[in-house]
Design a protein around this ligand. Structure first.
Ligand code: CTP
Ligand code: MG
Length: 401
């Protein structure tokens, strides 16, 4: 029998901001902390709390990506998820989320996807406090720094720290209170509690969590990355987990055109005097074909899954960074690399003299796995023959570690 879930609580996850201050080349919620986006990490906290309807507010046009993260994070609670498009301001985005809350819901929590490492316990604590008090509830942390009042460069007073608290999310409210407060709001407020308080409703505080800091600047992202490295999201179980653990092969191909700017990087080597290849990173088609061959052998997706525009740190990266990360991903999934063979088709550069050097560089980047490189021209045929670009074909063998 199919049971329609009817939770009492909804969590609106606002993820529609552009991330101007982070400036990572993608809307902030889709920037990778590790191989997972900020939104995906935020949903880990949401789904480890008691079951609730989850309304994700995504940038208009990015709803599909939000759904992918939700599908991965929600497990057997998939039916509780909705994705809607956000607005120009955070307040407009919350309002869009609120409009998608199911009729039976009585308590609504609003959470910033940018507070990506908030533990599930904070959500439960906020709901408990609403049940106890009927008030709006904000998680807070004490202010540690001494706060000064300033006028330009001059310090004109001290503010008593004991009177201050730093507000976090999720902030929770009775649904009727939040809806009527949003309906009467005529200006922009810095958070939902301020909007609800302005409508005349009392607000209580509960203990926040240091991990709930908001990722705003590149330094915040670095901090999140080091925390996540100690406590990563367990890898998704792929169909391979039930397959017999036998050696597997994978195939990868790539092609890049010459762009004319900078120096050529190919097969992990720099080629001074040769025209550069164009690409999101350095255009090293040999390394990219190897990455795809290894990932496909392990059924771990492809190069776009792990090194796409959501991982801006790989823009401009060279083969060693891609290959080392790929070898680590395989290792985490229980695979060791048997060998890799790659053939490059290129009119130039001439590989013969540097073939062993290329093999050594690629092998070192893969932690010592055997790599063989061969090169050929195409007898003047096709885009390779015309000197427009290069292409590479790689086959990898992986074995259970
Ligand atoms: N947010 C939103 N819709 C907006 C603006 C912000 O849903 N129009 C969300 C963000 O995605 C974020 C949260 O509100 O999860 C807090 O906003 P903030 O940290 O300011 O994120 P951005 O607005 O994306 O960043 P910035 O201000 O640096 O551009
Ligand atoms: Mg903002």
């Amino acid at each position: 029998m199919h049971i329609t879930p009817s939770p009492r609580v909804a969590v609106i996850v606002v993820a529609a901001g552009s991330g101007t201050r982070l400036a990572a080349g993608a809307p902030k919620a889709f920037v990778g902390i590790d191989e997972h986006t900020m939104l995906r990490h935020a949903l880990r906290g949401v789904f480890s709390a008691a079951p609730a309807q989850v309304v994700i507010v995504a940038p208009s046009g990015r709803e599909g990506e939000a759904l992918t993260d939700a599908a991965e994070a929600s497990g057997d609670r998939r039916e509780l998820v909705a994705v809607v498009a956000g607005g120009e301001t955070r307040q407009a985005s919350v309002a869009a989320g609120l409009a998608a809350v199911w009729p039976d819901v009585q308590i609504v929590l609003v959470h910033d996807a940018a507070r990506a490492l908030t533990p599930g316990a904070v959500f439960d604590r906020v709901v408990d406090a609403i049940d106890r008090t009927g008030w709006g509830v904000v998680p807070v942390l004490p202010v540690i720094d001494t706060i000064k009042r300033v006028e330009g460069a001059r310090i004109i007073g001290v503010v008593d720290r004991a009177e201050l608290a730093a507000a976090q999310t999720p902030q929770g409210f009775r649904r009727d209170v939040l809806e009527t407060s949003y309906a009467v709001a005529t200006q922009e407020y810095t958070d939902d509690a301020a909007l609800v308080a302005a409508a005349g409703h009392p607000i209580a505080s509960v203990e926040g969590d240091p991990r709930s800091f908001k990722i705003t600047t590149p330094a915040d992202l670095e901090r999140a990355r080091s925390l996540v490295a100690q406590h990563p999201i367990p890898p998704i179980r792929s169909s391979l987990d039930r397959a017999p653990r036998v050696p597997r092969v994978g195939l990868g191909t790539d092609a890049h055109g010459f762009s004319g700017g900078g120096t050529l990087w190919l097969a992990g080597l720099e080629w001074p005097g040769e025209p550069a290849l164009a690409g999101h990173s350095d255009g090293d088609a040999v390394a990219h074909a190897i990455v795809d061959a290894l990932l496909s052998a392990a059924s771990l997706g492809d190069i776009g899954t792990h090194f796409g525009t959501a991982q801006p740190e790989y823009a401009g990266a060279h083969a060693d960074a891609f290959l080392a990360r790929t070898a680590a991903l395989l290792g985490e999934a229980g695979w060791a690399i048997g060998n890799v063979t790659v053939q490059v088709q290129a009119a130039r550069p001439r590989f013969a003299a540097r073939r062993h050097e290329a093999e050594a560089a690629l092998s070192a980047a893969l932690g010592g796995a055997a790599v063989s490189v061969s090169a050929t021209t195409t007898d003047g045929l096709g885009f390779v023959g015309a000197g427009e670009g290069v292409q590479a074909f790689a086959v990898a063998l992986i074995v259970p570690a």
